[in-house]
Design a protein around this ligand. Structure first.
Ligand code: HEM
Length: 390
């Protein structure tokens, strides 16, 4: 990534130090593991397991879900600590990251008084955020204990609002936002983070659960057909939300199209967009190739092809999506500064025409996602060729 940025004339661009890359990427991986897992368990896995025909399969996937959530809790706790140390290092001018790891330094930062004109100290906001983060991680980690797993559903449903609160509390502004524009920034940034982490965290949970296929019965294809169908709706909603909020963030930071390849920020964003396009392309394979075949195998009552499609083909594609998704989170810290300031172009100012363009984009995105779902449905209803091809 650094060599790519050095290739272009990005004089005004400052690549992030390694500790910044690791702490920011780690934090969003931790957040995806918490928010994405909790939302996907509540909207996709739990409802599918409740209507599962085979109790043995449901029990095996519940155990696996509990262990996945518990492991994600450990990642969240560690990533949270390093992200907090990263905040401390950035607040102390030139403080070595190693020093910022010291509990004393972190205590000083969290207890620092409010800045002039602020209604609350930034340290206090991050104190609340990290107390919520620790509570969320503790609830998740408790699922390592077999006795606690009986309460999997209740714990998973409690982790959902808690994990959302981890990112929402961090966004609390210490001074009142100056104008509507600033409010849009705050809200759309959080929509971006939540929809992105639900999408990636959900993919990671499902590919981890599919890894339990060795412990599932021959009839598990039906259960998994239901799981993939439910998640495709969640994923499509996330694609729409992350694209729309991403376009707002892009407009805020990129003034002209050419800044995408003439600034360090722009190049990082191009790399990110390419990775996201890969994710969307994989999603299209699921919608237009795999889902119709799964629906046809289901209608033909073809258990073996159904099992192969849902527990071999689908997870293979989703593994690819998870790798691309981690790539997106690794590129994130390189979105440092702004292409506008690098290129010396004016700040983005909101206007009626910008809102109108945003509304038109939202409509176009909504229509295209609806058309995607309808097309996938139509392909599923198409009469199956002689034998269900897998
Ligand atoms: C899988 C899809 C995506 C994920 C998981 C994702 C995730 C994120 C996250 C976590 C942030 C950091 C927000 C922060 O620090 O406050 C971010 C920033 C950003 N994202 Fe995305 N994003 C995705 C797709 C997109 C797309 C499609 C676009 C453009 C259309 C986009 C444009 C941006 C921009 C411009 C920023 C930087 C904002 C800044 O400099 O503060 N993202 N993204």
């Amino acid at each position: 990534m650094n060599s790519l940025l050095l290739a272009a004339n990005t004089a005004g661009y400052a690549a992030p130090p390694l500790w910044r890359v690791l702490t920011k990427t780690g934090y969003f991986i931790g957040l995806a593991g918490a928010i994405g897992t909790a939302v996907t368990y509540a909207t996709t896995v739990r409802p599918a397991l409740r209507s599962a025909a085979d109790d043995g399969d449901a029990a095996a996937l519940r155990t696996r879900s509990a262990l996945h959530i518990a492991c994600a809790g450990v990642v969240l706790l560690i990533a949270g600590y390093f992200q907090l140390a990263g905040r401390v290092a950035r607040s102390g001018k030139g403080m070595p990251f190693g020093d910022a790891l010291a509990p004393g330094r972190i205590g000083d930062y969290l207890g620092a008084p409010a800045a002039k004109g602020a209604w609350i100290a930034q340290g206090a906001v991050h104190l609340v955020q990290n107390v919520v983060l620790a509570a969320t991680a503790a609830a998740m980690i408790a699922l390592f204990a077999p006795a606690v797993r009986r309460h999997l559903d209740r714990i998973a449903l409690a982790v959902l609002p808690l994990s959302l609160a981890v990112t929402l509390t961090a966004a609390v502004p210490t001074t009142a936002p100056a104008d509507l524009d600033r409010w849009f920034d705050l809200v759309l940034d959080q929509i971006h983070i939540v929809s992105g982490t639900v999408w990636l965290g959900g993919l990671a949970l499902l590919v981890s659960l599919a890894g339990a296929r060795g412990r599932l019965g021959d009839g598990a294809g039906l259960l998994w057909a239901d799981i993939w169908r439910r998640f495709s709706l969640v994923a499509m909603t996330c694609v729409g939300a992350v694209a729309l909020s991403g376009l707002w963030l892009t407009w805020k930071h990129v003034g002209t199209v050419s800044q995408l390849w003439t600034t360090g920020y722009g190049i990082a964003l191009l790399v990110k967009a390419a990775l996201v396009l890969g994710l969307v392309a994989a999603g299209a394979v699921n919608q237009f190739w795999l889902m119709p075949r799964i629906a046809r195998a289901r209608r033909a009552d073809a258990a073996a092809p159904l099992l192969h499609l849902t527990l071999r083909h689908f997870p293979a594609v989703v593994w690819g999506e998870v790798v691309l998704g981690v790539g997106v989170l690794v590129v994130l810290p390189f979105l440092a500064g702004s292409a506008r300031s690098e290129a010396g172009s004016a700040k983005a100012v909101c206007s009626g025409s910008v809102f109108a363009a945003g509304a038109a984009l939202a409509l176009a995105l909504g229509v295209s996602l609806y058309a995607t779902a309808k097309a996938s449905d139509a392909l599923s209803r198409r009469p199956s060729p002689a034998a269900v091809a897998v």
